[in-house]
Design a protein around this ligand. Sequence first.
Ligand SMILES: C[S@@+](CC[C@H](N)C(=O)[O-])C[C@H]1O[C@@H](n2cnc3c(N)ncnc32)[C@H](O)[C@@H]1O
Length: 359
Amino acid sequence: MTDTNDLTSAALRAGFAAALGEGGRQSRWLAAFADVPREHFVPSFFQQDEQGRWYEVSESDPGYLEAVYSDTALTTQLDEHGVPTSSSSEPRLMLTMLDALDAEPGHRLFELGLGTGYNAALASALLGSDNVVSVDVDPELVRRARKHLERGRYRPHVFAGDGAEGCPDRAPYDRVIATAALRRIPPALLEQARTGAVVVAPIGFGIAKAVVSEGGEASGRFLPVPAFFMPRRVPGKAPDFAGLETQLGRTTSVPVTDVLDRLRFPLSLALPGYRSCSWRDDEGELTGVGLWTEDGSTATVHVSGRVRQTGPRHLWEVVEELAAVFPDGEPAREDFGFTVNAAEQRAWYGEVGGPSWAM
Ligand SMILES: C[S@@+](CC[C@H](N)C(=O)[O-])C[C@H]1O[C@@H](n2cnc3c(N)ncnc32)[C@H](O)[C@@H]1O
């Protein structure tokens, strides 16, 4: 980068950190956002054109720095099907998650999901590089993140591996953060956390914040913010839409749109890892929704209310049960909590003992 670009970057970064702190937000992490150049970690990213085709934007392209210093998630890796597999998350959401850690300088942090290394560098700015350990399942991303980190002055410990196993060599941790969507908090991360440690992790379509107690137990609540992180991918069966075409099916009184909006978050707790798609007609009007889980269970629901289901689990029954628990409106994420003990992890609504779902 030229000196002029460095100046532009410094000015944009200062404005970016100030915008993150708008509304009088008090956060010790704002200094880290003002300090760490995000462009070191995102030398290029992918954007979609109007037809949904991906194209790469890099340092020499117009608008690159402005995009880097905007409050947007930047896709940094695509698989062979054009599906995003890594990104630098939305900065405001990163700040919310870092704030939720209640971290102090000197705390030791484990991060699941190194990605570009940006969050690990931010964490190093407050906690000290030697106190930050970050792991990514993709060795190529770890290689790139190491190169990115060399452009700045922070040197957290970064490794390739399954973050669900933690990093026992550097345990115990005072704080744990995950930046890939999890279905539950991995037991190894709880075992490697100190009593009183705070864990912040995307679970379903929300962010869970837990405090660890003795013996690997933990409990907490969800933050009020929505979050749609990339899931940790697991091999699974494809949806069996073809097998449903010949079924007569049955009718439901639950509107198909409920799974797209007001019941979306509770469904992500009740059916961990579920996937969905929707169909529209030529005018763009919704005609139906498909749901499936990795065991091959598949449901389609037409806007007329016709439900067809196949596979080991009847997925629409789960939606109907949720609609009975939440007959009106969208339940607030912060009214959901969860408890982890030796036997299970369970999400609940309202209070322990309220309606609940195994995670
Ligand atoms: C949203 S990105 C992380 C963003 C990153 N913290 C940053 O600052 O750029 C999610 C990352 O989680 C990684 N990931 C997914 N499953 C994982 C696992 N089981 N263990 C460690 N990393 C994982 C993905 O490879 C991806 O790079």
